[in-house]
Design a protein around this ligand. Sequence first.
Ligand code: PEP
Ligand code: MG
Length: 759
Amino acid sequence: MLNTLRKIVQEVNSAKDLKSALGIIVLRVKEAMGSQVCSVYLLDPETNRFVLMASEGLNKRSIGKVSMAPNEGLVGLVGTREEPLNLENAADHPRYRYFAETGEEKFASFLGAPIIHHRRVVGVLVIQQKERRQFDEGEEAFLVTMSAQLAGVIAHAEATGSIRGLGRQGKGIQEARFVGVPGSPGAAVGRAVVMLPPADLEVVPDKAVDDIDAELKLFQNALEGVRDDMRKLSAKLATQLRPEERALFDVYLMMLEDAALGGEVTEVIKTGQWAQGALRQVVGEHVNRFELMDDDYLRERASDVKDLGRRLLAYLQEARSQSLVYADNTILVSEELTPAMLGEVPEGKLVGLVSVLGSGNSHVAILARAMGIPTVMGLVDLPYSKVDGIELIVDGYKGEVFTNPSEVLRKQYSEVVEEERQLAQGLDALRELPCVTPDGHRMPLWVNTGLLADVARAQQRGAEGVGLYRTEVPFMIQQRFPSEKEQLAIYREQLASFHPLPVTMRTLDIGGDKALSYFPIKEENPFLGWRGIRVTLDHPEIFLVQTRAMLKASEGLNNLRILLPMISGIHELEEALHLIHRAWGEVRDEGTDVPMPPVGVMVEIPAAVYQTKELARQVDFLSVGSNDLTQYLLAVDRNNPRVADLYDYLHPAVLQALNTVVRDAHGEGKPVSICGEMAGDPAAAILLMAMGFDSLSMNATNLPKVKWMLRQVNMSKAKELLADALSHDNPQVIHSSLQLALKNLGLARMIGPGANKTL
Ligand code: PEP
Ligand code: MG
């Protein structure tokens, strides 16, 4: 059964459009279940009717014509109840409705299963049989499993069609809307550039080309390159492999011949497809054919073809990356955006970002916010490999992306872009003003940095210090661990740029979703795994080099503070403090005259919340990492778009924890700041100020918005709002009462599109 399911899904997945996908589904499910009819009805959102889209067994002429409202017929019943319906004789059911054009009077028994994608019913899958009989439990379970698996495939096929301006029934449609989660606020109108991870054949987009000869030449060069590599590899392994093992290389060489893969790719290029797209198509067909074979040996050959495809692609990509051109309004699209990708687009040309994986709390989204680039994350239904070169609108407020926008929509969004620009300009005037409430409470606003560009931005916006310098960012854009000298230069630049303001440097916080290409960590549960201080305590050489570089960089400036990430208990803190003292002793022995800098811990693991007092006694300051603290308190992976709506820093449990940390830190006489994204949310910042945080650290883009807000709200009012928020047990109520209170105070200006999730 499982094998049948797998085969059907795989075949449907490789269908070229929705129509053929549905055609394959009805044919294969009918065969697999031995039924006489299999049909798919899809819910048309415009008319709110279930339309018969494909059928094997019913009269073909009724396809696209027969439809029923959710309160009509058995199909409507399955759709509204969201449950399978298994009937021995359909005509006996009170909801049965007869459509003469389908010829279904011949069929007595009926089994229908809803097709549900992301909680939404998208259609109904039905099988019918002539004789009266109840389908058995196994058949029912098969149909339910089938429709659950097909939901995503149908959504994907539909989306692919809509990108090309095609509606369900092949009619032209204007724009298609894809929903993800907000990554970084703002709107952008631009052209998509799809960035692929190196040599991943499956995600290569289609692209039409005019200069076919140039593509053919590129492909010929790639073929030559791979042939050459194969021969060299074979010769190199001559002494280690037996001749029959080396025969594999001959097989590879044969596959590259004109009579095989090489020739087929050439033919597809001649139809006007670029070389990479042609390669994906041909390799995909071969791989599918092999994978569907029952013979184990032949099935294994699929991986040889894939390997060959990857090798050819690497040559083609290398040639392409040298000639990639970015439009002035580039919207970078990728399956999984990485910080390194952000750096590849020339300065000033990047206007928007779209990532299929990840959520608004992923680190790449944090960087995007720091850069002020509108971003949508978790766009799981976007067939992203197909959007290269087309016009897109990115709505980073709502987390939506539009393809093929209409003139009206484009105009609307261009106006939003302009409004944002003007709002930002208006806020520039705040730069020299202190962040002080009308009743005189002073709230220092610090900035989070990582990218080089953050320094200038922070200074333009009037930051009063750096509350979090994410040192892993410069590590992530390197090809290897930077040496002590290289690190020293990077840190010196940070410290000198902000001097005499304090700069809080966090020791390396890799792991989770922050990977170093040269230090791969493969884990089942990376956010609960080897992250932050756990990695660096296991590798004291990395930790020592980094702290030595920080200390040396601060010579003569003395504005360094060191911050330790992911501390879960006293033992880790003590070990880290020991290493920092050792590094300090070493650099002083080497003649660098620096005082011991203040050292702090991040409170971002629930265990640290309950040990605030004990931790506070051993350090000079604390800083709450509310991004991780929210993730760990609520057990919601900050990187997973599927649970992004459960991630909420205004959850009562998070508010209680923050309150506890401030109380306990102050009880020990130690200052406490907060450097998670929450601090940059103007509404949440009011609550944090009321809790008593000594400083708020945020991305430079949001700093003026927070300053504007806090300059309008009395501390006494903030305390009232906090008391109200803490009195509710429901996160939604906290959001709405805060929002309402701010509206009533006339502070709606920041509750516009420019505000964060809270508003
Ligand atoms: C946090 O967890 O809140 C934090 C500031 O650290 P990061 O986002 O880099 O994990
Ligand atoms: Mg963190």
